[in-house]
Write a protein of this length. Structure first.
Length: 389
């Protein structure tokens, strides 16, 4: 019976016109935005060609070293070139280098500080090696000696926490998306409960099923719907991040990101949405939902703000550690602390266990409130009255 109710809820919510339109709009915005933005945000990757006269060919290895090798923004090509006298003589190249390796001349169609700096550093390196050779030395031995001449660094005290900006940004995305998905799911289930109660449909349903079964089916159906909505939100965003090369640029581990989101989505949904569904039965009109939803919204917004602002300031503080183990805070705190590398494995395991232990308790509370308040049509019922009734 629970599965039949869940299937009905899932089909009604997923195939509704509003759900389909919102998912389509999000898909168009994410994918279309990425397609439009790529030419402006992502370079074509083709290095600028710089011609080097054969008289300065010895400078090319130094230029390649300074420019950064294969990922360089410049490609230095040796050719017999004449000294350009006007911009048309440069053709399609970004610059021309003539003269000698130690005294090069750079000709540019327009000012280019990065290329000028690269040529200056390369010529200085070439002059340095030439001086070593003139003194009877070996430039390779000198370079090896310089490379080995590095200080030994010893940190006296606690080692600073390793922080990766990309992981932090990914964690912020996870908790914000988690918040919006939970808010959306909670709103759907609360509106459904009140709608059935105000239309008296719930009285017909309760003639064949128990209140706990009805609530369980609604929560399960909305949960499946929330998974579809989460996928409709996450997949286009991941596509946009991949297409714009954000994932590769910031070295974001997508697999870990998805696992992190999935685990805490399931736990957060089980903790919050069940309570939202049970407490929604306390009122009989959509207009009265604000009195019930406001405290619950604060119960979700406070952990979100603390995760975003408290964790960066004090990732290993006592308050942060304690709140990590509170089931209502854990879905937001754990991903953020993981991004800072400031959480131990046993803390994550303990947070998951405490969440799993709290879920049956919250289900019992929500089921008790729902079963005693769902048939009450005489106005708003107080929570204490529903628990005692």
């Amino acid at each position: 019976m629970v599965w039949l109710i869940a299937k009905r809820e899932f089909k009604v919510r997923t195939l509704s016109k509003a759900s389909l339109i919102s998912s389509l709009i999000l898909l168009v915005l994410a994918v279309g935005g990425a397609l439009i933005a790529k030419p402006f945000l992502v370079a074509d990757g083709e290095p600028a060609v710089v011609q080097v006269d054969s008289s300065a060919a010895e400078l090319v290895p130094y230029l390649d070293a300074v420019a950064g090798g294969e990922d360089a923004a410049f490609e230095f090509v040796v050719a017999d070139v004449a000294t350009p006298e006007d911009p048309e003589d440069l053709g399609e190249v970004s610059g021309v280098i003539t003269g000698s390796a130690t005294e090069p001349e750079l000709f540019l169609p327009e000012r280019h500080d990065a290329l000028a700096l690269a040529v200056a550093e390369a010529s200085q390196a070439a002059a340095f090696d030439a001086s070593i050779v003139s003194l009877g030395g070996d430039p390779a031995d000198v370079a090896a000696t310089l490379a080995e001449s590095t200080p030994t660094v010893t940190v006296v005290g606690d080692e600073p926490t390793e922080f990766e900006e990309s992981e932090f940004l990914a964690a912020v995305v996870v908790v914000i998306m988690l918040f919006f998905v939970l808010i959306q799911s909670a709103s759907v289930i609360m509106m459904g409960v009140v709608e059935e109660k105000s239309s008296r449909v719930v009285e017909i349903l309760l003639s064949t099923v128990r209140p706990g079964t009805l609530l369980g089916g609604k929560v399960l159906g909305v949960g499946l719907y929330a998974i579809v909505q989460a996928a409709a939100m996450v997949l286009p965003i991941l596509f946009g991040a991949w297409y714009l090369e954000i994932l590769a640029r910031y070295d974001i581990d997508v697999q870990t990101l998805l696992v992190n989101f999935s685990v805490w989505f399931v736990l957060g949904f089980s903790i919050f949405t069940v309570l939202f569904g049970g407490l929604a039965a306390l009122v009989s009109r959509q207009e009265d939902l604000g009195a019930v939803t406001t405290p619950m919204m604060f119960l979700m917004m406070i952990p979100l703000y603390l995760a975003i602002y408290l964790v960066p300031l004090s990732p290993e503080g006592t308050a942060t550690r304690v709140l990590t183990q509170v089931p209502f805070f854990a879905p937001f705190m754990v991903p953020m602390r993981t991004a800072f590398g400031s959480i131990e494995t046993w803390e994550i395991v303990l947070a998951v266990v405490l969440c799993l232990v709290s879920i049956p308790v919250l289900v019992w509370v929500a089921g008790r409130v729902y079963s005693r308040a769902v048939l009450n049509t005489g106005g708003r019922m107080k929570l204490g009255e529903a628990l005692r009734g």
